[in-house]
Structure formats: C-alpha cells, structure tokens
Design a binder for this molecule. Structure first.
Ligand SMILES: C[S@@+](CC[C@H](N)C(=O)[O-])C[C@H]1O[C@@H](n2cnc3c(N)ncnc32)[C@H](O)[C@@H]1O
Length: 249
C-alpha cells in the first residue's frame, strides 16, 4: 500500500474492519437506511453531477433490446433504473436490501414511469434464472460481503447473450492525480457528506472501502472467473471510476 494511503488512513478511524461478514452487511444496510434521504443530493454534489453521465454510459453497455427486461440490483434510490427508462424497456426491476433506499426510489416515480422496486438481497436474488436481458449495478460492489457470489447471481438471472454491467469507484494509482484525489475523497467528502447527510461516518467509510477494493483488472478477472465472456472495462473521471461489462453464456 502506498504511503499516502497509509497516512490518510491513520488520520481517521477505520470503518472497514468488520469481525464477520454479517456485521458488514448489517452496517451497510443500516448506513444506507440512515442516509437515504440525502443520498441523491450527496451524489450530485460529490461528483459535480458527473454520475448522471456515467449512469447513461452504463445503460448503453447493457445493450437492452427493444421491449427488453432490465434489473438494477443494489439499486439504492434507483438512479440507474431511471436512466434506462428512455430505452422504453418492457420491464425495469430495481432491488436493494435497504428498504429506505427503495422507498425513496419509489417516491421519485412520476405518473407515466414504471419501475418495479422491491427489497431483496443481491446475494440470493428472488428471480428465476435467465429472467432478464441485462443486469446493472452501481457503486454497490465495495459494499457486498461476497463479490464472487454477487456477480454469479447477476449472471444467473440474465439470459444467455445478455449483459452484466458494473459501475464502481476504483482505487487510483496515478502518482500525480492520486494524492489530490485522495485528499478530496478522504477529507473533503467526509466533511461535506457529514454536513449534508448528518452522517460523517458514512462518507468516511466510502473512501476507505475504495482503498481496500479490487483494482479494475482484478474485478475484470473476477467477472471472467464467474464465467462471463468478453469482459471489458473503461475508466472514467480521471481513472477514479470504472465501468465493467461482460456477456453471459
Ligand atoms: C452506494 S449505494 C448505490 C446505490 C445505487 N446503485 C446507485 O447507483 O446510486 C450501494 C447500495 O448497495 C446496497 N447493497 C449493498 N449490499 C447489498 C446486497 N447484498 N443486496 C442488496 N443491496 C445491497 C445498499 O443498500 C446501497 O443501497
């Protein structure tokens, strides 16, 4: 681990050392339940609105057919699902284990919009094998307790030939830009996140969870190990965000 990550970590308490996987799952669910009301606002502020563009790109990679069926898993307040509506899919399902996030998502639906929001665990999805043309997930992978099982479940619920798309923040190793980004991420984001959401810990956990997450190459490898083919990724936002996609079957 490089020295600047070490020093940033030593400046704030560690929020990513869990005793058991279920402790992490409860922590994550409670945290998102608590920040759900300010989650969208904080996303727009933290990314300068760029996340809207990244979500559109993720939906493009899902290559939904006309009248297609899409699942947004670990959907939070459903912003990926909402980004898919202009494609006029037959079905958009959006599922998350934080019921407060799901409730906020439902409240955002306007009269003419249809997304089926539901509470569900991405590690044991309540969907039949091959039910969807594509599955997307945004900024969830760092939060799940078993990345391999989560990706395998994503692949299971998609028909052969369909797409699995993952949008996630990725560890930065750029020697020039890295320290600047880490300062922003480890210092500014927790401060602003604390002010806007009232939960500084949630936005302290965020950069720490990225530091210990898989690199883009490692995530690509994980997707390939799960049996996905033609796995690719593209980095966005000066290499701070990675968009991965692969094909089932
Ligand atoms: C950072 S939020 C991302 C929300 C949304 N996907 C987005 O793009 O803004 C991470 C979400 O993952 C959800 N999550 C984490 N682990 C999960 C799991 N095992 N099953 C379902 N949802 C999960 C959390 O509840 C949270 O809403």
């Amino acid at each position: 681990m490089n020295r600047s990550i070490e020093s940033f970590k030593s400046m704030s308490k560690s929020l990513v050392n869990f005793q058991t996987p279920s402790e992490k799952a409860s922590y994550v669910r409670n945290m998102f339940d608590q920040i759900s009301g300010r989650y969208d606002l904080m996303n727009r502020v933290m990314t300068g609105g760029q996340d809207v563009r990244w979500r559109r790109l993720a939906i493009e990679k899902a290559q939904l057919p006309v009248d297609g069926k899409l699942l947004d898993i670990a959907c939070g307040t459903g912003d990926l699902a909402f980004s898919a509506l202009p494609k006029q899919p037959e079905l958009v399902a959006a599922a998350d284990f934080s019921l407060n996030m799901v409730r906020i998502g439902k409240e955002k639906l306007r009269d003419h919009e249809t997304i089926r929001f539901l509470g569900a665990d991405g590690l044991a999805m309540p969907f039949r094998t091959g039910s969807f043309d594509a599955v997307v997930t945004g900024f969830s992978m760092r939060n799940v307790i078993d990345v391999g099982t989560f990706i395998a479940e994503m692949a299971r619920v998609v028909r052969p030939g369909g797409k699995v798309v993952i949008l996630e923040i990725t560890p930065v190793n750029n020697r020039l830009f890295g320290p600047l980004f880490r300062f922003y991420f480890h210092k500014v984001v927790p401060f602003v996140g604390g002010l806007l959401s009232g939960n500084r810990d949630a936005y302290t956990y965020l950069p720490q969870s990225v530091d210990i997450f898989l690199t883009a190459d490692q995530l690509k490898e994980k997707m390939a190990q799960t049996g996905l083919r033609d796995v690719h990724y593209r980095k966005l936002n000066f290499g701070t965000v990675a968009l991965h996609w692969g094909t089932v079957g």
